[in-house]
Write a protein that binds this ligand. Structure first.
Ligand code: SF4
Length: 57
């Protein structure tokens, strides 16, 4: 196990920016009961998971 510096997903995340490579994101509560550890969680609107959930049911 040798995770990369910064966000552990930055080597395969299509939304990674320079900050992702340098700084590990903190776990923060964006809405009551909804937590994320992503530098871009407040600016990205990703509907892929919702679409997958609807199609994969
Ligand atoms: S912090 Fe968010 S945008 Fe950046 S690499 Fe990690 S998951 Fe992707």
């Amino acid at each position: 196990m040798d995770p990369p510096a910064g966000c552990c997903f930055h080597t395969r995340c299509p939304y990674a920016i320079e900050r992702c490579r340098a700084e590990k994101p903190a776990l923060t509560e964006s809405d009551p009961g909804h937590w994320s550890a992503c530098h871009r969680s407040a600016e990205l609107t990703l509907e892929g998971a919702l679409e997958f959930g609807a199609a994969g049911a």
